[in-house]
Design a protein around this ligand. Structure first.
Ligand code: AKB
Length: 319
């Protein structure tokens, strides 16, 4: 991995992953790929090259790959679960037609490709507790359908053409840099913003709904470490369960109250997000990732909460 194209570089994962890769690989070209209307700004724009890289425009992608001699593509273009339910055709177009454009270019130009999957690739008939690596994947959301298809198509390109495709199933990702947009797990980010700003939090997910979650620094490390892993050790490729913490809304609420005793949360459940959340695992078994490429999370709910609060206070200049 030397010259990397990050597609979706201004999104929740991309904005931080691009900067991490630039710090890690100063000799390479780490290209911030973006679409019109989501141009990179500030440090992301100034610290390295950027290029229009719309997953739906195969010619544009091929030109960027040639120009920067790209060897690795992080394909982070996607609509999250709740938005994908509102715009299923757009989600299909970005997630599937976009992916096949990237895989075809990778096959021709010999690039490795990372396309994240998600806890959303599971569904109501999946075992919900300690969800195994290899198990039933029959999601009923458009997001989930595209995630399972992403896993299958990425494995197909590896088996049939030898393309170096790799992936993890991300839990809900919590970060203090770029907010997510339209996910089912977003509440676990929004709750910290409300607490730090001294606002009441209205939770769209019902009490008792457990989901896997992960702090962004661990998620970024997973995305990098998997792409650097020895391929001869990988039994699986698309896609690995990775986990670090599982909680329900009351758990995170009470954790935040340890820092802000006056903080208040009430429930106003969103039926679309709730139906999706109910179909997802409570907690995943990530032992294959641990065995095959040494995955190990660093943050738990306590250490993540401490760091989130410090970083958000700094971001909003709050004492
Ligand atoms: C979402 O909630 O849609 C995402 C995910 C878990 O894939 N954060």
């Amino acid at each position: 991995m030397k010259n990397v194209l990050v597609i979706g570089s201004t999104g929740q994962i991309g904005s931080e992953l691009t900067m991490k890769l630039r710090r890690m690989l100063p000799e390479g070209n780490i290209v911030a790929g973006y679409i019109t209307g989501a141009e990179p700004k500030g440090e992301l724009l100034e610290s390295g090259p950027s290029a229009l890289a719309d997953v739906c425009n195969a010619q544009q992608l091929a030109e960027v790959v040639d120009k920067y001699n790209i060897d690795t593509v992080y394909n982070l273009a996607a609509l999250l679960s709740a938005v994908a339910e509102r715009k299923p055709l757009l989600a299909w177009n970005i997630q599937m037609n976009g992916l096949i454009n990237i895989l075809e270019i990778a096959r021709e130009k010999n690039c490795a490709v990372f396309t994240p999957s998600s806890i959303g690739s599971f569904g109501p008939t999946t075992p919900h507790v300690n969800t195994p690596q290899d198990t039933i994947q029959r999601p009923r959301s458009m997001y989930g359908v595209t995630k399972v298809a992403t896993e299958l198509l990425s494995d197909y390109y590896h088996i049939k053409y030898g393309v170096d495709t790799r992936s993890v199933r991300f839990p809900g990702l919590i970060s203090n840099v770029t907010p997510p947009g339209g996910g089912t797990t977003d509440y676990a980010v929004d709750i910290y913003y409300a607490a730090v700003k001294g606002e009441e939090f209205v939770c769209p997910i019902a009490a008792g709904t457990y989901m896997d979650m992960m702090y962004m620094p661990d998620a970024l490390r997973a995305a990098v470490e998997l792409m650097l892993a020895d391929p001869s050790k990988l039994v699986h490729r698309n896609s690995f369960n990775i986990a670090s913490m599982s909680f329900e809304p009351d758990t995170i609420y009470h954790k935040i109250q340890e820092f802000y005793p006056d903080f208040r949360m009430r429930y106003e459940v969103d039926p679309v997000r709730q139906a999706i959340a109910d179909s997802w695992p409570d907690s995943m078994d990530d032992s294959c990732a641990r065995e095959e490429w040494g995955w190990k999370p660093s943050y738990d709910l306590d250490s993540m909460s401490k760091d989130m609060i410090v970083c958000l206070k700094k971001k909003f200049n709050i004492q």
